[in-house]
Structure formats: C-alpha cells, structure tokens
Design a protein around this ligand. Sequence first.
Ligand SMILES: *Cc1c(COP(=O)(O)O)cnc(C)c1O
Length: 420
Amino acid sequence: MPMSDNFKKRLFPVLQDIVAHFGTPFHLYDEAGIVETGHALKEAFSASPGFMEYYAVKALPNPTIMTIMKNLEFGFDCSSVAELCLCRSLGATGEDIIFTSNNTTTEDFSAAFSDGGCIINLDDVSLIPKLPRVPELICFRYNPGSRRTGNAIIGNPVEAKYGVSHNQIIDAYRRMKQMGTTRFGLHTMLASNERNHTYMVETAHMLLDLAQWISAELDIRFEFINIGGGLGIPYRPEDLPLDLAAMAKEINDLFTMFKEKNSYTPKLCMESGRYITGPHGVLVTQAINYKDIYRKYIGVDACMSALMRPGIYGAYHHIDVLGKDPEKSPLEKIDVVGSLCENNDKFAVDRILPKIDMGDILVIQDTGAHGHAMGFNYNGKLRPQELLLNKNGSVERIRRAETLEDYFATLTFQKDTLII
Ligand SMILES: *Cc1c(COP(=O)(O)O)cnc(C)c1O
C-alpha cells in the first residue's frame, strides 16, 4: 500500500484549499503519520535496552521535520558538514549525532569534532591519521565483501565503495585501541529499500558475530551495533510492508544469545530515513498540458527537480488524481511528465489513470524521503516549496520554493583571472 488511508482521509478533503492557498507544486508531509511510524519503531524495539534510531538526515533535511525526530528522541545520522550544521542548529550535540562519511576530508573531520563533537563512524583505516585528535569513542563501517552469513547472501558489497574490508577490520580497531580509544561501536549499511526483514536480521547476526570475534581478539567491548538504514516501504499497491515486529523479535533473540555467551550486550542502533518519513510525504502537482502523439502525455507543473527517483532509478511512485476514483472513472494510459529537456523527466510511464482534465490535481506518493532532498537545478529548474500538515490539521510552509535569485546567486562573485 502506498499512501495510507488515514493520510488520505486527513489530506484529500482539504487538498483543494491547500492548493488554492499555497499554489502548486509542493511536497507535503504528514506529521501524524511520521510520529506514528516513529512510535511504532520505538515500540517494536522496546525490549532492546538503549535502542537508538539516528534519523538519516539526507532523506529529508528539513529542520521542522528534524524537530519531530528530536521530539521522538531520535538522534541524527549525518554524512556531510551541512547536515552536521543543521543538526547542531536544532541543539543536537555529542552522541545525538553519528557522522558516517566517506572519502572524508580533514575539514569534514574538524567540523565533526567541533561544537561538542559526535560519534565518528570511520569508513576506512586510511582516515585514522586525518582525525584531529584521538576520540574516546570510535565506530567503523564494515564492508563484508561477498561473504555469506547464515543462508542469506548479503548483497554484493564487493563493488561498494564503503566500509572497512573484512581482513582490515581487526587491525582498524587495534590501531584505535593502541592510540588510546576506549569505547567502541560497529556499523554496517548493506540494504536499500529492503522489505524482507530477514535481510536485516542477517545483518545484525553478522555484526554480532563480528563483534564477538573482534572483542576476543582485542579484549574490547562493543557499546553498540548499528545495522544501518535501508528498511523498505511499499511503493507499489501490491508490495507487502516490512514485518517490523518479526524483525525486532528475531534481532532481539540474537542479542539475548549474544548476552548469554558474552555476559554483556551492546545497544542496537539503526539509521533509517526512508522507513520513517518516506510514506508520509506526497508531491502535489497540477495537470497543465495534454499531448497526444505516438503516446499520450500529461504535462504537470512539477518536474524532476522535485523528485528524481523515477528519472534516475525508474522508481515507481503511485499517483492518485484528486476526486477521480480509478474504479469509477474512464481510464487512459499516459506518461506523466515534467518540463525538463531530458526524456527521463517522467513521474510515470505507461500508467493507467483516470482520464485527466487540465487543472486536475495529481498526488504523487511516497515522496517523504529522498524526494525534495535529491532535487537538482539542471536546466534552471527550481525546487518547489515544502509544507507540513500538522497534527492539529493546520498546514504550514516549512521551506519556500526556490527563486531565480537563488539560482543566479552564484553568478555574483569576485572576479579572478590568472594571466599565464
Ligand atoms: C542513506 C543512508 C541511510 C538511510 O537510508 P534509508 O534507505 O533512507 O533508510 C542510512 N545510513 C547511511 C550511512 C546512509 O548512507
């Protein structure tokens, strides 16, 4: 199921009014839905002492949304200086933040170590000398290569640029221990939009086995195991949701077994983005052109500057036409397109939708993660505003639309010429 019935019930009756007031296009996020999913995640892992979710800021880096995360007592997973700045502007400090960077610069690290610091999640052993000082707590991101765990194949991380390889991982912790680090965490991130909970359980299993091995080799304890993000959501109507309860129970059983063998237990951490906000956002856009050539096209007033996923990954985003029930309306097979001069600027291809009239409102669903945030300015296309449907039913603007002044801002610069 894409967009939930409750979200529809909250939004659809008032959507024409919202459109009339704010104008299209916009992304709109549903506070009630986000909070509900946040609570569901916490509830599912309530048996895991110290369970911690670090919201992956890159999924929806809007301070108003991040404040909702903070009120849920979630931390933040950052991978850039900009994301660190955003978190700190909201009062997050120290171990509220985990900094998971790669190809990191010394400047990135000095930002991470300043303003109360944060948890450093190192991507490679070569980055150790770049740390401005020895942190008390260190975490490494692990890349298992083509290793199998149990009976599941954990993707093909051999081709992934991330993480410390299997044969370097012991040495990585040994070096930090020798340098004086006393607290340790272990991280990996292997999944993306994965709705099979077994995959996440296998990841936890792999990290616990690894933690046990490293602990024994180096006589250290792990404070936490971070299984990363990547929990999937149903984008297509026929997709089944992730079984969160089963995932939590099976992971919890693994931690109990770990405790029996090792007489302590690390905390479980996670850094989901998509799972928390993805289903609770929509891109609302208006039909402005109809074109009938070899295929039929509905041109809308948003384009891939607002949502790149269909264009880059061929991703499916479910679309409703406001006020037109597909069961009761005449249907038409169309492509829903933006105005960018790229033929992949399409929100839907060969989609059967109720016949659309000019001015109809299209609700493109599941845009609450990796939606607005991924937008780009190619072709001078501007990113739209973001709105929040508050729990009390009011709607507020939480980011304005980009303007041409924003777009041209970098053309105001200091002249500089090198004469050779
Ligand atoms: C992108 C990312 C996440 C979040 O991924 P989702 O698919 O949104 O859950 C978490 N951790 C790291 C390191 C990431 O790069």
